[in-house]
Structures are given as C-alpha cells and as structure tokens.
Ligand binder design. Structure first.
Ligand code: SF4
Length: 258
C-alpha cells in the first residue's frame, strides 16, 4: 500500500519566489533515460559530465536563470527534467511492503507548509500512527514526552560538537553550531523554546516520525537540535529546520551517524 500525508497534495513549488532554491549546491545525478534525452540537445549536454549536471562556480545549477526559473523548463517544458529535479522535494520511504511518500523540509515551501499546519496531518488512505498521536495529544508540554520516551543527558553544546564532526555542506551551518557552543545554550532554554512553539514542534516531530519509520529517538534529537540552533542564532524555526534537513536528513552518512 502507498500512503501519503494529506498536505502532500497541497505542495506547490514557489519557483522564482523561493529564497533558498534547491537548484544550487546539490549534486544532480541524471538518471539513464534522461541522460539519453539530454545528449540529443547540445545546449544541455554541454553541462553534463560523468552522468551529473556540472554546477557553476557559485554552486548554482547552470540552468537556473537570474529570475530563479529553470531554463530547461522554459525552453523544453517540464518533461525534459531528469528524475531528481522532477521528484524533489518529494521522497519515498519503504517500510516492509508499504511505501510512505511525502515532501521534505529542506524545501522552503514544503517546510512552511508542514510547520505551520494548525492540526495533525492524516494519512491517505487512513492508517493509525500511535506515536504521532501521542505527540499531537500533548497539551502544554511536548518536552515531557520527549524526556520520558527519549531521555538525553547530552547538553546542547555536546550536540553541536558532535554535529561538527559530521560531513558539513554549508560553511554557515558550522557557524550556527559554533554559536550553540559559544553561547552555552542551556537545556532549559531549549525546552522552553520547544514548549512555546508547541504546534510547530508537534508538526516537526510528526514529519520526522513519518519520514523515518517512527524513529522516536531521531525525531526527538532532531527537534532538540533545531530548537538549540534557533535559540543561539535567533533564526526562524523554518530557516533552521530547512538547513538541518539539508545538512543531516539528506546526507545518508550524517543520518546514520546521528
Ligand atoms: S526549494 Fe522548494 S520551493 Fe524552492 S525552488 Fe526548490 S522545490 Fe521550489
């Protein structure tokens, strides 16, 4: 059976209005069928090497125009895109015989859509998710549930020091981690931040649980780290969650290390 959260159908790429386009920094592996198509068009083929689109020196995709739109779509239509570009930010998690599809929060539009929901998401077709239900049942304090199901003795600085040993994509990420260490963010300040942004953290926990096979530990530590970074860097939760997803969730190595 294939399941999707109800918000999946609401996702729309905001293209030229996106401040953090996904058409930069990532390695774009071209699938074989698209590669064959690309090779028939010299203006596309000249930007492909070893099965990947070669990014420009500034890290942007060569097909991203100054208005934040894709030149390939403008010239040839969406059907020209390779699978990676067509699918992003959609993902599939396979659990047993079932598939769970969703949209990832490394995308600005998906992150806004998920974090700012006013009620618990539902799966289509319906399926019970007891851990997600427990998260959304919390009335005043989510941190009590996190502490009871996933106690964590490590300090915020310990978390940041650990993440600094992981693969780092963006230099800004390292600076954000440094601030958590330098400012000695306390666990109390972090927990207070979580509980005063209760609905957003419920949505965040729900997203992580859905995407990562109900892994409560991963959902809890990810939420704590995002809160610690928000407190230290005075950034919006949307911006920090988006960066966290790009740095950790989208790196198999980092996710396994965590
Ligand atoms: S990050 Fe999301 S909203 Fe922005 S360009 Fe990519 S898919 Fe569209």
């Amino acid at each position: 059976m294939r399941y999707r959260p109800d918000y999946y159908d609401e996702f729309v790429c905001i293209a030229d209005k996106c401040k953090n386009t996904c058409c930069a920094q990532w390695e774009i592996d071209v699938d074989e069928v698209s590669l064959e198509r690309f090779m028939k068009h010299p203006d596309i083929a000249e930007h492909v090497e070893d099965g990947c689109i070669v990014l420009k020196e500034d890290g942007n995709c060569p097909f991203l125009n100054e208005k934040g739109l894709c030149k390939m779509i403008l010239k040839y239509g969406e059907d020209m895109l390779c699978d990676v570009c067509t699918d992003h930010p959609r993902y599939i998690s396979e659990i047993g015989d079932d598939e769970f599809i969703g949209v990832g929060i490394s995308c600005e539009a998906a992150c806004d859509l998920i974090l700012n929901r006013k009620e618990q998401f539902k799966l289509i077709p319906p399926l019970e998710l007891p851990l997600v239900d427990r998260v959304f049942e919390c009335e005043d304090s989510l941190t009590e549930l996190l502490d009871s199901l996933s106690p964590d003795e490590a300090s915020p600085a310990d978390h940041a020091k650990l993440l600094k040993t992981f693969e780092i994509l963006e230099p800004e990420w390292k600076l954000m981690l440094d601030k958590v260490i330098k400012q000695q963010v306390s666990a109390e300040a972090r927990d207070s931040f979580i509980d005063s942004n209760l609905m957003k953290f419920k949505n965040l926990m729900g997203y992580f649980l859905l995407r990562h096979d109900n892994d409560f530990y991963l959902a809890a530590i990810s939420s704590r780290i995002i809160a610690e970074l928000c407190v230290a860097n005075k950034m919006t939760m949307e911006d920090v969650a988006r960066m966290y997803s790009a740095e950790i969730e989208y790196s198999d190595i980092n996710c396994d290390l965590l």
